[in-house]
Design a protein around this ligand. Structure first.
Ligand code: 1HA
Length: 270
């Protein structure tokens, strides 16, 4: 595919092909473990993908074919978080998780090799996951002294069920692609050589669909689980649709024209 670079970053590669943006962690020597800088760059790219009208789907992946992401870079883990050049410890991946969840466009994890620890959580939060046959999944928190009790626990349990989610976190076993498929943790398994082709095909199928229908569905799936923040997303989409209507425009126009709004011609649906 003719991916075109959108912007230069240090620790990710951010590119676009047709209506698809690809955010790829570029630290293959560390199995694409993330630092605060990696996360900051992924956040900036995700925000760009949200704002850019030509983009309708986002692929999240890692470079090299041997790892999607191995979680937080343990070599920069300090006292209270992961430490960047400014010496401040951060857990900023939590903000990025929320971005994946709230961007009103589908995000697809394209997983080759390891999806481990905080890297596993990232694929779990994506709308869809396509795995290569060499993919390996698991959590390591209780081994390395960490845990993700947010989406990493509760949303994982929604995806694979309570028993399986507890097994994944308590035992820290690793699961192959077929096992992941069997437990509903990924949508499809393909040979490594077909991973990008299949992922792009899935994105293209979604790009052919009604963007507002996909947007409403994503916020509807979220709303059930995300409490007030989820309802805010769904309700925000309802406001967007209402703003498109003549009825809402009558209210705005009347205010601008300094007259009383006339809503009499609008139907009072049963
Ligand atoms: O839990 C959280 C959070 C929770 C709440 C809020 C924020 C959070 C943020 C982050 C996290 C976490 O991600 S905690 C979990 C961190 N990740 C891990 O514990 C996984 C560590 N890696 C491994 O267990 C293994 O590398 C592996 C099972 C994925 C692969 O094993 P393999 O094939 O034997 O490769 P290995 O030789 O271990 O790794 C290749 C190179 O990559 C090694 O470097 P080298 O010795 O060649 O110099 C290895 O050290 C490095 N590497 C791999 N993963 C990481 C890493 N270096 C730093 N951090 C890593 N995560």
């Amino acid at each position: 595919f003719a991916w075109e670079k959108i912007k230069d970053f240090e620790e990710i590669i951010f590119s676009q092909y047709k209506g698809i943006a690809k955010i790829s962690i570029n630290r293959p020597h560390k199995h694409n473990a993330f630092t605060p800088q990696t996360v900051k760059e992924m956040s900036e790219a995700m925000e760009y993908a949200r704002q850019e009208p030509s983009i309708g789907a986002i692929i999240l992946t890692g470079e090299g074919g041997r790892a999607f992401c191995s979680g937080g870079d343990q070599s920069v883990r300090g006292h209270g978080g992961y430490v960047g050049k400014d010496a401040v410890p951060r857990l900023n991946v939590l903000d990025f998780q929320r971005q994946i969840r709230s961007i009103p466009k589908p995000v697809v994890a394209m997983v080759a090799g390891w999806a481990i620890g905080g890297g596993h959580v990232l694929h779990v939060i994506c709308d869809l996951s396509i795995a290569a046959e060499n993919a390996r999944f698991g959590q390591t928190g209780p081994i390395v002294g960490s845990f993700d009790g947010g989406f990493g626990a509760s949303y994982l349990a929604r995806v694979v069920g309570q028993k399986k989610a507890r097994e994944i976190w308590y035992l820290c076993d690793q699961y192959n692609a077929q096992e992941a498929l069997d437990m509903g943790l990924v949508n499809k398994v393909v040979p490594l050589e077909e991973l990008e082709k299949t992922t792009v095909e899935w994105c293209e199928k979604m790009l052919d669909k009604s963007p507002i229908a996909l947007r409403m569905l994503k916020s509807a799936f979220n709303a059930e689980l995300d409490g007030q923040a989820g309802i805010q997303e769904l309700a925000g989409n309802a406001t967007l649709l209402y703003y498109l209507s003549d009825e809402a425009k009558e209210g705005k126009n009347a205010f601008i024209e300094k007259r009383k709004p006339d809503f009499s011609k609008f139907p009072k649906f049963p």
